[in-house]
Design a protein. Sequence first.
Length: 57
Amino acid sequence: MKNMSKRPINHQMFVDKEGYKKGGVEIEMTKPNETQTEKVGGQKRMLPEKKRSAKWY
């Protein structure tokens, strides 16, 4: 059987001196009571009034 040991990861490179994460990307969340709609792809030959949309909560 193969030796499955991995190199140890130094987590100090991902946190600052106070222990909080550094870097990364801020993610903007939507409000839970609002819905977003987007057009669904792959409906080129459908009639315009029958085109579908997807709802994101």
